[in-house]
Write a protein that binds this ligand. Structure first.
Ligand code: NAI
Ligand code: MG
Length: 394
């Protein structure tokens, strides 16, 4: 029986890159039926819900989703663009990807950052002897995806009960004279269970793929409670993995080491916001958004997506200029997840060959400004890049 995959292209270039990933999956011989799931701005406008229940039902049923990207806009713009028949009826815009992560508790976000040999966007640094060196980076960031500073528990002008509860903390004395209406609060909630899950997932991954170190990147010297809890759990779980060294870094220092010795880091585990920051940092060393793939994994459902957004300024360009590799590598992560690693490796090898050969490059790989003109300078189209990858599948 063919496996069923929920395909959610979403908005903008999500609609361009997702079909390209499916072409590659077909070419590698992965047999699946792709079931379309509605998601994104059009559904906000016409239904007041960017993640319709029917799409949730599809994911509930088939468990595996491929997702392109969505467009989000500020609150007032969202309200303005809503179908006039729905205006003033209490519809509130929520990002469908955040809603999806919360609904299915997709708490484990995996963001691999791998440098491909020959990628003109790879990070290089001076070697101290008058030359340059290009470290090979192979770091996988495990970002806790559902809580931490992005848990959404926040207030401007906190209600009295919240203020009163906070006043029980001695450190609140520094804010004693600030009226609540001049105060904004975002809470950083970390739970033991979710911490254990992300840390264990990181160790399991390190073990499965042969990484020799796992770094917990937090700030326990300042965020004593939340980072402290994660650190304590990491030390405990590390005992079960004697062959993997547990390192710990502070987020600020980690960003400095990003350019000093990024090649030393294997798996990195962090809370939601810190994971967001580190994974963007590492992605920047290996080619940026055109190469940054990700997985959102829960206990039942898993959704695979590039980290980039819908890049609206490029959505109308025909032919399309954007790089499909981030989406294609996200599809590879899906294959890894469903025990089709051999097919994923074939695709990754093909991508590596195309990049190393260096004949076919999207505009971002040539450091060009995105526009319809890029072909004049030798950039390839989105589809040509996919064709070249398919041609190289051995
Ligand atoms: P973006 O990721 O869409 O684009 C930023 C820039 O990165 C683009 O202008 C382009 O220069 C480059 N870029 C992105 N994808 C690329 C690709 N595949 N190949 C080559 N270059 C690429 O982020 P931006 O402009 O901040 O947001 C645009 C929209 O996307 C917003 O509505 C935002 O809310 C949404 N968004 C959605 C995300 C998601 O669906 N998970 C994530 C980030 C943003
Ligand atoms: Mg981000």
């Amino acid at each position: 029986m063919k496996r069923k995959i929920v395909s959610m292209p979403g908005d903008g270039i999500g609609k361009t890159v997702l079909p390209e990933a499916i072409r590659v999956l077909d070419a590698v011989g992965f047999e699946a039926e792709y079931i379309h799931g509605d998601i994104g701005w059009d559904f906000w406008r016409s239904e007041g819900n960017a993640l319709p229940q029917r799409t949730i039902d599809l994911l509930e049923k088939h468990k595996i989703g491929l997702f392109g990207a969505i467009t989000s806009k500020p609150k007032d713009v969202a309200e303005k663009e809503l179908d006039p028949a729905l205006k003033g009826k209490g519809y509130v815009y929520f990002s469908p990807i955040v809603s999806m992560r919360q609904h299915f508790n997709l708490d484990i976000c995996i963001r691999p950052c791998l440098s491909f040999k020959g990628n003109p966007l790879n990070f290089i640094r001076k070697d101290g002897k008058g030359g340059y060196e290009e470290p090979i980076i192979n770091t996988v960031v495990f970002r806790q995806n559902t809580e931490g500073l992005y848990s959404g528990v926040e207030w401007t002008n906190p209600p009295k009960q919240v203020r009163d509860a906070l006043e029980t903390h001695p450190k609140m004395k520094f804010f004693k004279n600030v009226p609540s209406e001049d105060m904004a609060i975002s809470t950083r909630i970390v739970t033991r269970n979710a911490s254990r899950r992300i840390i264990r997932a990181g160790f399991e991954y390190a073990k499965k793929y042969g990484y020799t170190n796992l770094t917990l990147c937090e700030k326990p010297n300042v965020l004593r409670e939340t980072s402290g809890m994660m650190f304590k759990e990491a030390k405990e779980i590390a005992k079960e993995y004697p062959n993997i060294a547990l390192w710990d870094t502070n987020i600020d220092a980690q960003m400095m080491w990003l350019t000093k010795n990024p090649e030393n880091y294997g798996v990195i585990v962090a809370e939601n916001m810190f994971g967001d920051i580190i994974s963007d940092g590492f992605a920047g060393l290996v080619g940026g958004l055109g190469f940054a793939c990700s997985a959102n994994i829960g206990e039942e459902v898993a959704v695979f997506e590039p980290t980039h957004g819908s890049a609206p300024k490029y959505q109308e360009l025909n032919p399309s200029i954007v790089n499909p590799i981030a989406m294609i590598m996200s599809a590879c992560m899906m294959l890894d997840h469903i025990d089709e690693k051999a097919k994923a490796d074939k695709i990754r090898n093909a991508i590596a060959k195309v990049i190393e050969e260096g004949k076919v490059k999207t505009y971002d790989m040539m450091k060009l400004r995105g526009s319809a003109d890029v072909f004049k300078y030798g950039a390839c189209t989105t589809q040509q890049m996919t064709d070249e990858i398919i041609k190289n599948i051995a």
